[in-house]
Design a protein around this ligand. Structure first.
Ligand code: SAH
Length: 491
C-alpha cells in the first residue's frame, strides 16, 4: 500500500490553496464541504474565487506565494499553472513537515485527493494512487449507480439509535448482531423509499423484540414488492433505481420481455421466477402471478416484479398492485423506458415534431376490447387523424385491421410508417414503408414480436437521424412530391 487512506476532519482548520484559477477552484469546492478555513494566495484570481472571497467563503490574498503563507496551516494544495511556483510551495512545505498536494503532479504530491462518492455522512473514496485517475472516475460512476442516494439517511438513522442500542444491548457482539439484523430487515428499503417514520417504527420494534423481528406480523417487516420497469432491452437503459431494486431483491418475477442482459444484473443469490408466456414453456395466469407476488411479500421477502418497458404501459401493473393493496402489502413502482420512447430514440424518429406531429398516441393492437375480429370499440376516427404519431404495441397480428380501418377512417394510405423489431438490442431491425402496405411488410419480412409499429408523418424522417445498428430496410421510398401536409384527415 503506497498511500495510507484516511478521512481527515478539517473543520475550522486553516488550509492553504496556492492558485485561484479553475483547477484551484475545483479543490476549493471540495475543501469547502469539510468546513475548513480556506486561505488562498494567488497572483490572479478567477471570477469564482473572487466571488467566494466577497461572500467570505475563502480568505484571498493576491500576490506572490511566500513561505510565511504556510504559517499555521494544516494542509497545502498547490494548484497554480506555474510549475516553478508549485515546486517552491512543495519545498517550503517539506521544510515545515506539512503535507502538500501538487495538482496533477504525483512526484511532488505527498497525498492524493481521491475520487469521492458523497452520501453524507457516508463517503466512499477511490484512489489508484495517482496511476490512473480516469479509471478511478469510471469506478466511481459504477459505484454511484449502485449506492442508493439515501444511503446517508440510513447511516444517520442508525447513528441516532446508537445510544439507545448501547443502553439495551450491553455486549458488543450482541450489538453487532442487532445491526446486522437491521440491515437485513425492511429498514433500509423503508429509508430508501423515504418512509422514515415506518423505518423508525421498525427499528423500535426490532430493538424491543427478543428474537427475529422479521416474523413480526404487524406490517412494516412483511416484505415489500417493487414493480420495476426493465426498459426495452438494452441494460444501460435501466434506471439507477431499477438496478438497485434488482440488486437487493430476494426474489425476482420476470417475463419474456425482460432481456437476458438485464437478467444478468439481478443479485446472484436472488431467486428468479419466470412468469412469462413463451411458446412451449409453462405459462402463468395473471391471477397466479399476482398471488405469488403477494405471498412472497407476506413471507417477508423483498420482491421485484420486473416487467419489460414501463410497468404502467400495457403492462398490467395496475392489476398487480390491486391485489397487493387489498392484502396491505407495501409496494413501490419504478418507471421504465417504454417501447414507444425507446423505438423513437433508437430509430431517430421523434414521436412529436413541430413540423409533422403534434401528439403521440400509445395504443395496443391487442387490447381487452379488440380481442376478436370485432374492432368496433376502437375509436378509429380519432386514431386516423393526421399530424399525430401512433405507437402501436402488440400490433403485428392485427396489422391488416389496423391498416384497413385507419385508411377507411381517412388516414392517407401513403402515411409513412416504420416497424421496429427488438428495439435497442443488437437484434434491432427496422422496416420502413407506408400504411397501405403494413400487413404485407409484416408478412414479407417475417416480423416477430416484440415489435413496435410507428405510424405518422414524422416517420418520413426514417433513416435521416439513424444512429443505431445497421441501416434500415427502406421497403418503399416515400414520394416526396406528395407533401404530407395535404393528406386527407379523418375528421
Ligand atoms: N410495458 C411494455 C409494453 C408491454 S406490451 C412497455 O412499456 O414497453 C408488449 C409490446 O411492447 C410488444 O408486443 C411490442 O409491441 C412492444 N415492445 C416491447 N419491447 C419492445 C422492443 N424492445 N422493441 C419493439 N417493441 C417492443
Amino acid at each position: 500500500m503506497n498511500y495510507f487512506p484516511l478521512f481527515a476532519n478539517l473543520r475550522n482548520k486553516p488550509v492553504l490553496v496556492v492558485g485561484a484559477g479553475n483547477i484551484a477552484c475545483r479543490k476549493i469546492e471540495l475543501l469547502r464541504k469539510t468546513g475548513a478555513h480556506i486561505n488562498v494566495v494567488a497572483k490572479a484570481a478567477c471570477e469564482q474565487a473572487l466571488q467566494w472571497h466577497d461572500e467570505g467563503v475563502i480568505s484571498l490574498r493576491l500576490g506572490e506565494f511566500q513561505t510565511s503563507d504556510l504559517d499555521g496551516q494544516w494542509l497545502v494544495v498547490a494548484a497554480t499553472e506555474n510549475s516553478a511556483v508549485n515546486c517552491a510551495v512543495e519545498q517550503a512545505a517539506v521544510e515545515r513537515q506539512l503535507l502538500v498536494n501538487v495538482v496533477d503532479d504525483r512526484e511532488l504530491s505527498h497525498f492524493v485527493v481521491p475520487s469521492v462518492i458523497d452520501r453524507h455522512p457516508v463517503q466512499v473514496a477511490i484512489s489508484t494512487g495517482g496511476e490512473a485517475p480516469v479509471l478511478a472516475r469510471s469506478l466511481r460512476a459504477q459505484l454511484e449507480a449502485q449506492l442508493p442516494s439515501s444511503l446517508g439517511r440510513l447511516a444517520t438513522l442508525m447513528g441516532h439509535w446508537r445510544d439507545a442500542v448501547k443502553q439495551k444491548l450491553k455486549r458488543p457482539g450482541q450489538r453487532r448482531q442487532f445491526w446486522e439484523q437491521v440491515l437485513a430487515s425492511a429498514v433500509p428499503q423503508l429509508v430508501y423509499q423515504e418512509q422514515d417514520q415506518r423505518a423508525e417504527a421498525s427499528m423500535l420494534r426490532l430493538l424491543n423484540s427478543d428474537d427475529s423481528p422479521e416474523r413480526d406480523n404487524n406490517g412494516p417487516e412483511r416484505g415489500h414488492v417493487s414493480l420495476v420497469g426493465a426498459g426495452p432491452g438494452d441494460p444501460e437503459l435501466l434506471t439507477i433505481k431499477a438496478l438497485q431494486r434488482i440488486q437487493t431483491a430476494d426474489v425476482v418475477y420476470y417475463d419474456n420481455l425482460v432481456s437476458d442482459d438485464v437478467l444478468e444484473l439481478i443479485r446472484r443469490d436472488a431467486d428468479r421466477v419466470y412468469v412469462g408466456k413463451k411458446a412451449g414453456a409453462h405459462s402463468c395466469s395473471q391471477s397466479h402471478i399476482q398471488e405469488q407476488l403477494r405471498d412472497a411479500a407476506l413471507a417477508g421477502k423483498r420482491v421485484v416484479r420486473l416487467k419489460g418497458g414501463d410497468p404502467f404501459v400495457f403492462g398490467r401493473g395496475g392489476e398487480e398492485l390491486e391485489v397487493l393493496a387489498e392484502a396491505g402489502v407495501s409496494f413501490d413502482v419504478v418507471p421504465g423506458i417504454t417501447a414507444a420512447a425507446a423505438t423513437a430514440a433508437y430509430t431517430g424518429i421523434p414521436l412529436t415534431h413541430r413540423d409533422y406531429s403534434h401528439s403521440a398516441i400509445l395504443v395496443t393492437g391487442h387490447g381487452k376490447s379488440a380481442q376478436g375480429e370485432d374492432s368496433s370499440d376502437v375509436d378509429w376516427q380519432a386514431l386516423a387523424r393526421s399530424k399525430q404519431t401512433l405507437a402501436i404495441y402488440m400490433g403485428l397480428k392485427k396489422s391488416p385491421v389496423i391498416a384497413e380501418q385507419l385508411i377507411a377512417h381517412g388516414r392517407s394510405p401513403q402515411t409513412p410508417l416504420v416497424i421496429v423489431e427488438r428495439a435497442t438490442t443488437d437484434k434491432q431491425r427496422q422496416i420502413s414503408g407506408v400504411l397501405k402496405d403494413l400487413p404485407q411488410l409484416v408478412e414479407s419480412h417475417g416480423v416477430e414480436s416484440p415489435a413496435m409499429i410507428l405510424i405518422g408523418e414524422v416517420c418520413q424522417l426514417a433513416g435521416r437521424y439513424a444512429w443505431f445498428g445497421d441501416q434500415p430496410v427502406d421497403e418503399q421510398l416515400i414520394d416526396e412530391s406528395q407533401p404530407v401536409k395535404q393528406q386527407a384527415s379523418g375528421f
